[in-house]
Every structure is written in structure tokens, then in C-alpha cells.
Design a protein around this ligand. Structure first.
Ligand SMILES: [Zn+2]
Ligand SMILES: [Zn+2]
Length: 306
């Protein structure tokens, strides 16, 4: 899938030709309620969960993201994106020239979290607050280039929380200015080229459609159901759940490439959240690993080196 940023006049004309049965290839993030809903979801899922403490901790980070978003508005200068070559994601995580705005977001997140997190995390926050701009940029570059072991696990969660909020703010600026087209490489986010957290079968105007949720910019992109999101083959898919057929969270495994991705069903629970429900169902990940499948996604609260 690819996205092109085109001048507005051109856009209006093409969109009006598409009609009402058009499936939106991309749903840009709506930041109005995202973090509030996610924090609430984490708190709900923490009840009766063996990892309750960590889910509560994640809820605090998400609340801090919400506050940082409110205190640090951002508008995107689209001009550089208009000259970008076709096929390159407009906010490509590896090549997009990030501004220092995310440092302000990180500082805001640290300030919010200091009074509410456990002692051990306070030390990490203090070290991060003292880090130089160069050190922060090096950690960001490592994480955005999948070099997770270069950043200590206790720090990566906070760095990513700030980077993700920054990218989400940028992505939320695009609607109405970009044209989306179906293309190749649909296992990656068409806006920032990052990986999915999980996928979700939706209700409402996109009823029954499956979208993958980006672990960086919070954009969702459409991938048809009953197709492996990693290798695009369809022949050896299986669905796994821990409790019952009716569980709102399942794992979709593919025997062709040996990977799996969680699939969440809004029709079974309207409050499911890609990040929170994925993290809270970590027991299902252990089960999938036992069965010999590898995760094709990354949760922003659980990087692979942890
Ligand atoms: Zn993205
Ligand atoms: Zn596959």
C-alpha cells in the first residue's frame, strides 16, 4: 500500500468519484479519545490478570501521553512530503527528519510519570531526564531501526512512548491532504513503515473489515480477512484462543511462513484496543510460541529483547 500527498484541489475531485461503497485503505489516527480509551482499557484488563502490575504501569504511561499531547500541540509542514518520491511512506520511521518536538513530549511524559511510578522506574526516568539531546537521538535511531538491544529495556518503553506520540501527531495531520492507494508490502504501515501491534475486525462504518494497527503512528490499514498479513498466502491459516470460540482476542497463525498476529473483534467487545488487548493476552503469545509460531508484530510495551 502506498500513500501520496497531493494538492487538495486534485484530491477532492478524485474522492468524490469513488462513491459510498469505497473501502478506506487507511484510517488515520483520531487522537481525541485514543489515549483516554486505551488507559481505561488497560485498567479494565488489569483486573484478574497475572500481569496486573505491568498493565497498570502501562495505563500510567498512556495517561502521560494524553497529557503530553494536550500540552504540546503540533502541526505538520506538508511541503517536504509533496516532493517525496512515490512508494516511500510519507513519515517513514527510518528516513523522516524528526524535529526536537519529541524531546518536549518525552520531558512532558517524564514529568507526569515521576510522582506515580514505582521507585525502580523513577531512577530510569531521572536518567532519561539527564540524557543529552545526542543520547536521546541515538536511542531513537536505534529503536526506529529495529536495533532494540542497543537501548536498555527499561528506557525503550518511555522513548517509544514519546516517539509514538510524535508520529501519531504527525499522522493525524494528514487526513484531507493525502491520497491512499493499494499497493505492495501490506505487512508494514503505509504511513510510517513500522510494524503492526495487532489487527482488528471493526464495527460501525467499517463493519466486518479488518485493519492492522501501527505500533508507531497509530494509523490503521486495511488487509482483507483470511489472508496472512505477513506473507499474503491464504492456505494454512488457523485461529487460536485461550478461552472460547467467542473470545474477543484470537491469534491468526500461518503455516506457510510460521508467523502469527493477534486479531481482535470489536463485535465481541466494543472496547478492545490493539495495544492494551495485545499486551494483556501475553499468555496466548506463550501458547503460540509453544506451538512453534513466531510473532510478526511488536507491542510498544514489550520489545523483543525483553
Ligand atoms: Zn505507522
Ligand atoms: Zn504467512
Amino acid at each position: 500500500m502506498s500513500i501520496r500527498i497531493v494538492p487538495k484541489e486534485q484530491l477532492g475531485k478524485e474522492q468524490s468519484e469513488k462513491g459510498i461503497s469505497f473501502i478506506p485503505p487507511v484510517l488515520f489516527p483520531n487522537l481525541k479519545n485514543l489515549y483516554q480509551r486505551r488507559a481505561e482499557r488497560f485498567q479494565t484488563l488489569a483486573k484478574d490478570n497475572p500481569f496486573a502490575d505491568y498493565l497498570e504501569f502501562a495505563a500510567e504511561i498512556v495517561k502521560a501521553q494524553e497529557k503530553a499531547l494536550h500540552d504540546n500541540p503540533l502541526s505538520l509542514d506538508l511541503a517536504p512530503l509533496l516532493t517525496q518520491q512515490a512508494g516511500v511512506a510519507p513519515l517513514d520511521r527510518k528516513t523522516f527528519k524528526r524535529s526536537k518536538h519529541w524531546h518536549a513530549l518525552l520531558a512532558s511524559i517524564i514529568a507526569e510519570l515521576r510522582p506515580v511510578v514505582p521507585e525502580s522506574a523513577t531512577i530510569t526516568l531521572e536518567n532519561l531526564a539527564k540524557a543529552s539531546e545526542t543520547e536521546l537521538e541515538e536511542m531513537a535511531t536505534a529503536l526506529l531501526n529495529d536495533e532494540y538491544s542497543k537501548v536498555s529495556a527499561d528506557k525503550s518503553v518511555f522513548i517509544w512512548a514519546a516517539l509514538s506520540l510524535y508520529w501519531a501527531q504527525l499522522a493525524a495531520n494528514i487526513p484531507g491532504k493525502a491520497k491512499t492507494e493499494y499497493g505492495e508490502n501490506r505487512q508494514f504501515c503505509p504511513v510510517c513503515n513500522s510494524m503492526p501491534v495487532a489487527s482488528m475486525v471493526q464495527i460501525g462504518t467499517t463493519q466486518g473489515l479488518r485493519y492492522l494497527h501501527c505500533n508507531l503512528c497509530e494509523t490503521q490499514w486495511h488487509v482483507v480477512r483470511i489472508k496472512c498479513t505477513n506473507c499474503e498466502l491464504t492456505g494454512k491459516l488457523n485461529y487460536w484462543s485461550l478461552d472460547s470460540e467467542n473470545a474477543p482476542v484470537k491469534a491468526e497463525s500461518c503455516g506457510d511462513c510460521g508467523s502469527y498476529l493477534k486479531i481482535l473483534y470489536q463485535e465481541k467487545d466494543a472496547n478492545v484496543d490493539a495495544v492494551a488487548d495485545d499486551l494483556a493476552s501475553i499468555v496466548l503469545d506463550a501458547k503460540m510460541e509453544e506451538e512453534g509460531f513466531a510473532r510478526s508484530s511488536i507491542n510498544p510495551f514489550l520489545f523483543p529483547n525483553e
